[in-house]
Design a protein around this ligand. Structure first.
Ligand code: PNS
Length: 160
């Protein structure tokens, strides 16, 4: 079965072990997986889009069919440009569902040929988010086991 190219979009500020778990699962299902980092000019991220993409590249290099890219503007436009047929998103808990449903429906309206596929990360990561990682790190707590070592180092190097 051919599953084509899927795009896994997100802020990845920073990438967590939960994201990596989902990337690994997605890379097994799709022929090619593009991890697309949103360059959002309205939000003030902790890491620049280049830093976020660099951390993702470093942590996904062992998966030959995974590529990291950066995008701005509408996701559907980017997906069309990349000739992707699927948007991959992770759902951790029921609390994610409403936001994800709204986005999936809106993306379907904007790009009817694009399917959103949801995957569930390993249970161990069901409570993990980039927002919590940033907060713990800012307050001096340990993030070991929540993010890959390269992200741990970069968080430690950040001056909050
Ligand atoms: O990791 P996040 O912040 O939950 O990812 C959200 C993301 C990047 C997938 C979403 O904000 C997005 O696709 N932004 C691009 C702009 C866009 O297409 N907006 C309409 C979405 S319905």
């Amino acid at each position: 079965m051919k599953n084509g190219l899927a795009i896994y979009p997100g802020s990845f500020d920073p990438v967590t072990n939960g994201h990596l778990d989902l990337i690994e699962r997605g890379a097994k299902i799709f022929d090619r997986l593009v991890v697309a980092v949103l360059c959002n000019l309205e939000k003030a991220p902790l890491f620049s889009v280049e830093e976020r993409a660099a951390m993702l590249r470093e942590t996904t290099q062992s998966w030959a069919n995974v590529e990291v890219d950066v995008f701005a503007g509408l996701l559907v436009d980017y997906a069309q440009k990349r000739k992707a047929s699927v948007i991959l998103r992770g759902i951790r808990a029921i609390s994610d569902y409403e936001y994800e449903l709204q986005m999936a429906m809106m993306n379907r309206k904007l790009g009817p040929n694009l399917e959103t596929v949801f995957m569930i990360p390993a249970e161990a990561y069901s409570y993990l988010s980039s927002r919590l990682v940033r907060e713990i790190s800012r307050l001096g707590g340990p993030v070991e086991g929540l993010v890959p070592p390269v992200v741990e180092q970069r968080l430690r190097a950040k001056v909050f």
